[in-house]
Design a protein around this ligand. Structure first.
Ligand code: YRO
Length: 311
């Protein structure tokens, strides 16, 4: 089988291929990040969303594997942003995406100010699935709050930065988030975060499967693929051409990677399937993607990116 040209450009960075880890997946500790640096066919490393101060996260069980995906209520365990900011500056094996989150807009601004003042020249990604004001939805589900935080960010932040979005389920919400994002010089959108507040029921035990929040948690894996593809497609149809898209959600096969790219994804990240299968998943997905491209007569990702046909 002929080797394909899978290189991908995002912001000021060239990646050897389209595949990334999803934030939160095997990217919290030094040891995990070192594993990612050695993982073949993983083109870049995304770090666990980092907060101003280290966090232990929620009590176990906080991740539960399902035949059709996963549910998690991790609670943002991380070593604090200085650790990840140091890490991305010393990582030389592959490009990095530094994910950051804030428990408030003020926290986000403080963390991003330090990144701006650092020597890091790589890509940053702001996780907008974070609380903003108690009693209000997560930031990305509040379009006014999203605009306000981005206005504050771009008063001083001049480095490449994108946003991580939760899934939207209403076409008007796609219009509304795109209208906000198109007003700012963001490098990319990463879509989707886990599908929020699902509830898995263990019928034998008549019990929930994760501890925090009474068992409500974010859904990932195969069950969310159509939601992820819809979000990639709908945002590609609405965002400025210079905003790249990282497609995240539901990838278990090379065909799923192909589908994300067909919907308009520039890069594709893998979460739940890494937990199920291990880091060898990136070799398998790449082989399957290349075989499919050969079958279809494609040489590079640009040959089919965004070319999904309607009936
Ligand atoms: O629980 C998490 O750490 C978590 N899990 C996800 O699936 N997506 C996320 O963005 C996060 C961190 C952010 C938050 C959901 C805890 C606010």
């Amino acid at each position: 089988m002929t080797k394909k040209n899978l290189t991908t450009q995002l912001a000021n960075v060239t990646f050897d291929g389209p595949l990334l880890n999803a934030s939160g997946i095997h990217c919290q500790t030094s040891a995990e990040l070192a594993d990612l640096a050695k993982t073949s066919n993983l083109a870049g490393i995304v770090t666990k969303s980092a907060t101003l101060f280290p966090r232990k996260g929620n009590e176990n069980p906080r991740y539960h594997d399902l035949p059709y995906g996963s549910i998690n209520s991790m609670g943002l365990p991380n070593l604090g942003y200085p650790f990840y900011l140091d890490y991305v500056q010393q990582e030389k094996a592959k490009p990095t995406i530094l994910s950051v989150a804030g428990l408030s807009a003020d926290d986000v601004i403080e963390v991003l100010s330090d990144i701006q003042d650092s020597k890091y020249q790589g890509i940053t990604e702001l996780n907008l699935s974070c609380p903003n004001v108690p009693g209000k939805p997560q930031t990305a589900y509040d379009f006014v709050a999203t605009r306000k935080v981005l206005e504050r960010v771009f008063e001083f932040f001049t480095k490449p930065i994108g946003v991580k979005l939760p899934p939207y389920f209403d076409l008007v919400h796609f219009d509304q988030i795109a209208a906000v994002l198109n007003d700012f010089p963001i490098t990319h959108v990463n879509t989707v975060n886990s599908v929020g507040n699902g509830l898995v029921v263990d019928v034998a035990k008549e019990q929930v499967v994760t501890k925090a929040k009474g068992g409500f948690g974010g859904l990932g894996g195969a069950m969310i693929l159509p939601t992820a593809l819809a979000n990639v497609r709908a945002l590609r149809q609405r965002l400025n051409d210079n905003i790249a898209i990282i497609g995240t959600g539901g990838v278990t096969t090379g065909a799923d990677v192909f589908a994300h790219i067909l919907c308009g994804a520039d890069m594709v990240s893998v979460g739940t399937q890494v937990i199920k299968e291990g880091l060898g998943v990136y070799d398998r997905l790449t082989q399957e993607l290349e075989a499919l491209m050969t079958e279809k007569g494609y040489e590079r990702l640009a040959d089919f990116r965004g070319q999904l046909r309607e009936l």
